[in-house]
Ligand binder design. Sequence first.
Ligand code: HEC
Ligand SMILES: [Cu+2]
Length: 278
Amino acid sequence: MALPATKVLVAQKDTTNADLTVKATGYQWKWGYDYISGEGEGLAFISTLDSSHRQMSDSGDVSNAPVDYLLKVDNPLVVPVGKKVRVITTANDVIHSFMVPAFGIKQDAIPGFVRDTWFRAEKVGDYYGQCAELCGKEHAYMPIHVKVVSAPEYTAWVAEQKKKAAARQDDPNKVWALADLLPRGEKVYAANCAACHQANGKGAGPIKPLDGSAIVLDEDHTKQIQILLHGAAGGAMPSWAQLSDTDLAAVASYTKNAWSNKTGQVVQPAEIVAQRGK
Ligand code: HEC
Ligand SMILES: [Cu+2]
């Protein structure tokens, strides 16, 4: 006798082929999110309960509590709709658990171990969860807010976060010591300049050498900076205006001190900023 065919929806735990992988780290008492791979790779931030909710809780007066009471955070976990998101869970101190009921996921977050789970949100919107493992006195104050957005919104969010991260890292007013700027300049050079000017700075044919170049050696930095910002020879030397102020300062400083160019001069990001408008 044939058994009746039944369609059973079993949540398969297959975390392979994810579009996006995020590591969620439990801390007493907040979550840290690291975008490990996929669009947004490299982003990292901490997600903490909104401070006004905390104050409300401390005051004992919750008569005006909003609908997302104790669920609102400063920085939600933002993900794109319709994409497979793998969440790797771990913890920094004690065992926590990453639970978002709407996605049907609950995964322990254990110090020194990694576990994983996955979800694919089918609709944009705000989804909430909480730490589901009693982890200390503030266990109730480490909510999870997953903000699911459209693909274009996600792309825009990633770009904005990257900009913010770069701005945090690179204060254009920072005054650098030459030794700290050179390794960065060497990387910028290898990635953007060596293809034409060569690793040894000697160039080739119409590509002028930077080793020994009067413009590169000049005590007055403005000519070199202007060439970097605007290019030269009708674009044969491209404009590098899209690089950050600090990257440009780093590569300019590097070329001033690489090979036989031992000038000891440093180009500061503020000099790039000053030249951008000119
Ligand atoms: C696509 C090839 C190409 C790349 C990539 C390139 N350059 Fe150039 N660069 C040139 C050419 C060609 C010239 C010569 C322009 C001219 O004839 O005035 C030049 C000239 C220069 C000069 C002026 C040298 C002088 O003595 O006149 C500087 C400085 C310079 N480049 C720096 C850089 C830096 C720094 C980078 C990387 C951020 C870079 N270039 C990337 C092609 C390139
Ligand atoms: Cu916890």
